[in-house]
Design a protein around this ligand. Structure first.
Ligand code: C2E
Ligand code: MG
Ligand code: MG
Ligand code: MG
Length: 292
């Protein structure tokens, strides 16, 4: 009987695996198709200066709606795109379109101080990243200082000269490098002194229960202090409540991003949101996190 049950379990397990594998194969094909057909879109989420409540910049977040599956989360398809070698192409598309959108908003008279774009480690393997950044900025007439590239601790652990050189070249160009999901990757902090990082982005998992579970606050405080003592801008992601925003500000965090301010939005909705937001908050002042 035990043997029988074991066999059944194995059978179910295998069928389950097959379903997963089939879904992955289907999704990989669909991703290639979506790239060809230009089926991706970008949503934009504001990053807010906690001191003044003014818009600091926006982060571009990719969206994909599949004809049969509906909206597929980037948490599902970006890791898959990384595995099958497609994420470099996706990130190239995102960079070009996000910077072009920033230029369009500005042409429409909207004051959007900057754009942040996520880059997967794989994008660095393509070799043309610095050239693309330079090109895209020049075409859109966007100053390099208005672009932030969000990278992860995973990238910082790749001991390759080409990665180091690329990071240096990007920094020399004047774009800001931001460590996304800070605190969730590797415990080694030594990359912070070796690489031209300009910003730390405290991961949502620490901010999530900041005002509920007391264990989070010392960690968040420590991360803010690391950033401050190295002269880096610190931004907290996943701010959903006023209480979190107040705690972060009190602890010296400059910037916040999250549903408390706004969800990621399509370009038109963002423009409407910004008009309404600007009407509510005080005029800008130089303060925390302001570029010199
Ligand atoms: P991320 O870069 O850390 O982006 C933050 C994620 O948190 C976004 O999820 C955003 O919608 C979500 N978020 C923002 N505020 C809140 C909040 O207050 N509460 C909660 N619960 N969530 C919040 P999204 O858009 O699903 O993206 C997930 C991840 O997918 C991103 O994490 C990023 O790692 C990746 N991703 C998104 N777009 C791109 C892209 O263009 N290229 C690459 N390589 N990765 C991307
Ligand atoms: Mg990000
Ligand atoms: Mg993040
Ligand atoms: Mg994250």
């Amino acid at each position: 009987r035990a043997k029988q049950a074991g066999r059944n379990r194995c059978h179910f397990y295998r069928r389950d695996m097959n379903e997963q594998a089939v879904r992955r194969l289907e999704m990989e094909a669909a991703l290639r198709e979506a790239l060809d057909r230009g089926d991706f879109t970008l949503h934009y989420q504001p990053q807010i200066r906690l001191e003044t409540q003014r818009l600091h910049r926006v982060e571009a977040l990719i969206r994909w709606t599949h004809a049969r599956w509906g909206a597929v989360s980037p948490m599902e398809f970006i890791p898959l795109a990384e595995e099958c070698g497609l994420v470099g192409q996706i990130d190239r598309w995102v960079l070009e379109n996000a910077v072009a959108q920033l230029a369009r908003w500005r042409a429409d008279g909207l004051v959007v101080p900057g754009m942040a774009v996520n880059l997967s480690p794989e994008r660095f393997a393509h070799g043309d990243l610095v050239e693309q950044v330079r090109h895209v900025l020049a075409v859109a007439r966007v100053p390099p200082g208005d672009l932030t590239l969000e990278i992860t601790e995973r990238l910082m652990m790749i001991e390759e000269v080409s990665v180091h050189d690329t990071l240096d070249a990007l920094s020399d160009l004047g774009v800001t490098l931001s460590i996304d999901d800070f605190g969730t990757g590797y415990s080694s902090l030594s990359y912070l002194k070796r690489f031209p990082v300009g910003e730390l982005k405290i991961d949502r998992s620490f901010v999530k229960e900041l005002d509920i579970d007391a264990a989070n606050r010392p960690l968040v405080r420590a991360m803010i202090q690391i950033g401050q003592s190295l002269g880096l801008t610190v931004i907290a992601e996943g701010v959903e409540r006023e209480t979190q925003s107040r705690m972060l500000k009190a602890d010296g965090c400059c910037m916040g991003q999250g549903y408390h301010y706004a969800r990621p939005m399509p370009p038109d909705a963002f423009a409407d949101w910004l008009h309404a937001w600007n009407a509510r908050v005080a005029p800008d002042q130089t303060g925390c996190g302001e570029p010199e």
